[in-house]
Design a binder for this molecule. Structure first.
Ligand code: LP5
Ligand code: MN
Length: 240
């Protein structure tokens, strides 16, 4: 019995090679797992469940195929696809997980997060996040025409890219304080998250306790996943 964790695929119609790797992953390693956890940013962006772009439908249908085959499917929002709602989740038979979620993973308490909230020095981003995660703001945003939403998203993406160029690398990473606070609050579990695109295994010492923090990789150049069973976790790179 094992489960698989991925994040930051940033799927979009114009990245054909990664899409191919993703669909191969779904019929290969993912199909052999007990559960697949997608910890945010599956999509490059998500403008609303009414966006029936054929590419989005193909991805949701492929995920549904996995779920129909008996693999439990869990989706957590990332900072790019947090508007993915119940309709899209139901279309692929996935359960939407709140961020953070604590699970019991083959005997080891494990905290799952996207990872953006661990970047506690990125104050500009956190301010933006507070605004766009507000349900009233989202309701208003989703009430606009799809094309208008896509335009606004393009504006935010370009502003974000501009600002990222000016931010020090450290600002866009998980901080010791952010990680410590999350782990302390949940009783020092194992932590699995993505978002920073800095795949690694860390062993932070928090309140005298040695913890385990797995950072998932992105799917820009190629794909990778974390495989966990009762013996522990291992990071696995997919063939290109
Ligand atoms: O995603 P990534 O890793 O490149 O960068 C993130 C943070 N940026 C974001 C923005 C997203 O990339 C793009 C938005 C996706 C779609 C969301 C859907 C609905 C939103 C619609 C809003 C109208 O999350 C980046 C972090 C980085 O991670 C590392 O952690 O630094 O954060 C930023 O760059 C945020 C900026 O610092 C502040 C942005 C303020 C935007 C102000 C709005 C401008 C309005 C223009 C509209 C015409
Ligand atoms: Mn992210």
């Amino acid at each position: 019995m094992h489960s698989i964790f991925i994040s930051d695929l940033h799927l979009s119609p114009d990245r054909a090679r990664i899409n191919e790797i993703f669909f191969r992953f779904l019929s290969g390693p993912a199909a052999r797992a007990e559960a697949l956890y997608i910890l945010g940013d599956l999509f490059e962006y998500w403008a609303g469940d009414d966006d029936d772009d054929p590419f989005n439908c193909t991805v949701l249908t492929a995920l549904r195929g996995l779920a129909d085959g008996g693999v439990a499917l869990y989706l957590m929002h990332g900072n790019r696809d947090f508007l993915l709602g119940n309709k899209a989740a139901a279309a692929c038979r996935a359960a939407l997980l709140p961020d953070p979620t604590l699970i019991e993973l083959y005997g080891t308490p494990t905290l799952l997060m996207h990872g953006d909230t661990l970047c506690t020095d990125d104050l500009r981003y956190l301010e933006f996040r507070t605004q766009v995660r507000n349900p009233a703001w989202q309701q208003q945003f989703l009430a606009q025409q799809l094309a208008a939403r896509k335009e606004l998203i393009a504006g935010v993406r370009s502003k974000s890219n501009e600002e990222k160029k000016l931010k020090a690398d450290a600002i866009m990473d998980a901080t010791e304080a952010g990680v410590a606070a999350a782990l302390r609050e949940h009783g020092y579990p194992r932590l699995i998250h993505g978002h920073t695109h800095r795949p690694a295994l860390h062993h932070p010492l928090i309140d005298g306790r040695r913890c385990e923090r797995w950072v998932l990789g992105d799917w820009y150049e190629s794909g990778s996943y974390l495989r966990c069973d009762s013996q522990g976790c291992q990071s696995i790179a997919l063939d290109r």
